[in-house]
Design a protein around this ligand. Structure first.
Ligand code: GDD
Length: 325
């Protein structure tokens, strides 16, 4: 067992909660940066951490303030730093490009800069995204595929990726980029399409709702299970040298397929309940994302295990269970 110390941003989110559980199981001391409001409203904002809250060290700070990031890195002296926090909802990034770019790019820059100044031996993970590929030239996408982001969120992730690689090349920091394709679970936020669907299925099955409004049903994504993806993050930081890795299943499915399977699992015909709403289409859509995780398989020994159908069923089952269906 290790006695290493890890610092996470985004610890309250889906990935942060799974990664914390994984790191605790590996014997790490786990620290997380949270907004002050999260500590004031733990029942709501720390709900994903409920089971492990007493084993975590949480620090109030803001990714918009270099001084506060500097203070936490100085206090914690982490061996590994996982930078997961971001304004991560692509649709919202069209509504407010400025805050998405400012928060995501500056937050990454502040953290890298503080780690370089205070704990230069700390291993750094940046949560890159398949959104960086955008309109990709090739299918599937791997580490050599050119980036062509289609939203300010995607642009901010390309900037974070470049900053991370630059700190590796210019300052010798152990800094790795994960390029993670969509990863879901019952802990996914309700604004993302998979959880929007699974929670609506549960509400409809419980007789609490009769309709689900969605945008582009034809978009295709490569969906995996978040619990498995966070282990890949950790594996990246256990290698002798830092590098960048695509993490994906290599399978893609349309939103419509997700919808059909989710409703069918609850014994419902989606055509009776689902309507499409032009308002929910994005100004610039990414129609197809499919990852090639061959490098992660070869170097990290990582591969996905949970199948698409099982992911959908688990999400629907959990949401139904919560409503007593
Ligand atoms: N959110 C949402 N809501 N998406 C919808 C809807 C809807 O009502 N209807 C159709 N979609 C389509 C979107 O247009 C998109 O093509 C697809 O469903 C997936 O949307 P999201 O679940 O919001 O995820 P995303 O692919 O935009 O981005 C997610 O994955 C990235 C890659 O891992 C986010 O988690 C990003 O932060 C992440 O980087």
């Amino acid at each position: 067992m290790s006695s290493k110390c890890a610092l996470l941003t985004g610890i309250t989110g889906q990935d942060g909660s799974y990664l914390s559980e994984w790191l605790l199981s590996q014997g790490y001391e786990v620290h997380g940066i949270v907004r002050r409001v999260a500590l004031e409203d733990p029942d709501h904002r720390l709900s994903r951490l409920r089971e492990i809250r007493s084993r975590l060290h949480l620090h109030a700070a803001s990714l918009e303030s270099y001084a506060s990031i500097h203070r936490v890195v100085h206090e914690v002296q982490p061996d590994e730093c996982y930078h997961l926090a971001a304004q991560s909802f692509v649709s919202y990034s069209f509504d407010d490009e400025f805050s998405t770019l400012n928060t995501n790019i500056n937050g990454t820059h502040y953290l890298l800069s503080a780690v370089k100044a205070l704990t230069p031996d700390c291993r750094f993970y940046f949560a890159g995204s398949s959104e960086m590929f955008g309109v990709a030239e090739t299918v599937p996408q791997n580490e050599d595929t050119r980036f062509h982001p289609r939203s300010s969120y995607g642009i901010s992730k390309v900037a974070g990726f470049d900053l991370t690689r630059n700190y590796r090349e210019a300052y010798g920091l152990y800094a790795a980029n994960g390029i993670l394709f969509n990863h879901e679970s019952p802990r996914r936020g309700y604004e993302f399409v998979t959880r929007k669907i699974s929670s609506a299925v549960a509400r409809i099955a419980a007789g609490k709702s009769t309709e689900l409004r969605l945008g582009n049903l034809d978009a295709q994504r490569d969906w995996g299970h978040a619990r498995e993806y966070v282990q890949a993050m950790w594996m990246m930081l256990q290698q002798p040298t830092p590098d960048d890795y695509v993490i994906a299943t290599g399978e893609c499915h349309s939103v419509r397929e997700f919808v059909e399977l989710a409703f069918c699992h609850a014994g419902l015909d989606y055509r009776k309940y689902v309507t499409t709403d032009r308002e929910l289409f994005r100004p610039a859509e990414i129609n197809l994302l499919k990852g090639d995780a061959a490098k992660a398989r070869r170097v990290l020994g990582w591969s996905h295990q949970v199948k698409f159908q099982d992911l959908v069923r688990e999400m629907v089952d959990e949401d139904c269970r919560a409503l007593g269906v």
